[in-house]
Design a binder for this molecule. Structure first.
Ligand code: PEP
Ligand code: CO
Length: 400
């Protein structure tokens, strides 16, 4: 046996939520093409984000993360990208001032094109087709052609991500500061094709941070195996069924050196569960000596149906989960690291409530998301003002 890498000898771990690509040769060709293209971000930028998240882990900074549930190839023109970017910046300004801490800003942008689904298929009027898995995989239109996974979409995703990054870099250059990108590392062919060797290690250079979602965080699965091998800062979503043992096993796998900034846990418990489930997780993780970043995603545990049948979320539930997250951290003396939101910078009507109130009956009026309901700009700023009050209390508690 000569020089065969160990990784090719071990059985590949199973990968959940992968598209059923009809043409493996075409997929291979696209992946090879992407592997030969320039990386989208640099290893130095990923290291920089890890260092900034280390400040969050240690209580010296906080993080605001937001953007579409699913970016689309056609939906993200410069205006929409700029509107979401400005919303995150405005939220950061409000919260930073109140907290007396710098804010690490992160967009669910430039790569958030793939979605996990609860069912692999969708049936309408007796016709069953593959589910829409995001523009990186297939089209939303309910036809066989559109729903068949198409590998060329990985290339379009790369091009769209490059264009979005260019816009974000331009906006950041104009205004100063830093802005990082993140998405769910879901379609492994895309993530692997953009993985590169740098002097300081192996990085997934499709984004600064990638996270693993609630449906793909199997400890023996391919997604965690993939992120265990990259140097980027990484995050894992933790839903209401997560146990302290799950969290500790994730730390051993993803952060064996206990490096602050390497691992973020994004808790998405739902307003009803956060006060019951989160305390034990935070207490046992803290007792283990690990310094993770704790982020609250108050969106994914609070999805309900509007009268029209649209998926929606009530701002009161979102705010309640955020408050519950802060209560848990205050009781334990740990740092509430920040929030992770689905938001648009425009006046969409996908979530209910807010200062400029969206009523349940108005949800269909401007429902534009390709997947989950997003806060509109006003609702996102409502969350920012609530965060400002909560961080002001944290700050008052910190004073000697
Ligand atoms: C998401 O962030 O859009 C998502 C699918 O989240 P989760 O994995 O937490 O369900
Ligand atoms: Co979502």
């Amino acid at each position: 046996m000569t020089g065969t890498p160990m990784s090719s000898l071990a059985a590949d771990p199973p990968a959940a939520q992968q598209p059923d690509w009809p043409d493996p040769a075409a997929l291979r060709a696209v992946a090879d093409d992407l592997a030969a293209r320039p990386a989208l971000v640099t290893a130095a930028e990923c290291d920089r984000l890890r260092a900034r998240l280390a400040e969050v882990a240690c209580g010296a900074a906080l993080t605001l993360q937001g953007g579409d549930c699913a970016e689309t190839f056609d939906g993200g023109g410069p205006e929409r990208i700029g509107a979401a970017y400005r919303t995150i910046r405005q939220m950061s300004a409000v919260v930073s001032e109140a907290a007396g801490l710098p804010v690490v800003q992160l967009g669910r942008m430039a790569g958030q094109y793939a979605k996990p689904r609860s069912r692999p298929d969708e049936t309408r009027d007796g016709v069953t087709l593959p589910a829409y898995r995001g523009d990186l995989v297939n089209g939303e239109a309910f036809t066989l052609e559109s729903r068949t996974p198409a590998p060329q979409r990985l290339r379009r995703g790369y091009d769209r991500a490059a264009g979005t990054l260019e816009i974000l870099r331009g906006l950041t250059a104009q205004r100063g500061g830093e802005f990082f990108t993140a998405h769910e590392a879901l379609v492994l062919e895309y993530e692997r094709a953009l993985t590169r060797q740098a002097p300081s290690g192996t990085y997934d250079l499709s984004a600064h941070l990638v996270w693993i979602g609630e449906r793909t965080r199997q400890l023996d699965g391919a997604h965690l195996d993939f992120v265990s091998r990259i140097r980027n800062p990484v995050a894992v979503k933790l839903g209401p069924t997560s146990t302290p043992d799950d969290a500790l096993a994730l730390i051993d796998l993803l952060d064996p050196d206990r490096e602050p900034g390497r691992l973020t846990f994004i808790a998405r418990m739902g307003a009803r569960s956060v006060r019951e489930v989160l305390p034990d997780l935070v207490a046992k993780v803290t007792a283990s000596g690990a310094r993770v970043v704790w982020v609250c995603d108050p969106m994914h545990g609070n999805t309900v149906s509007a009268p029209s049948g649209h998926k929606t979320r009530w701002l009161i539930d979102i705010l309640d989960e955020v408050r519950g997250f802060f209560e848990v951290h205050r009781a334990l003396g740990t740092h509430p690291g920040g929030v992770h939101l689905e938001l648009s910078g425009e006046h969409v009507t996908e979530c209910v409530g807010g200062t400029y109130e969206v009523l349940p009956a108005q949800v269909p009026d401007r429902y534009e998301t390709a997947c989950d309901p997003r806060l509109n700009r006003g609702q996102a700023l409502d969350v920012a003002f609530e965060l400002a009050e909560l961080y002001a209390e944290v700050r008052a508690g910190r004073r000697p």
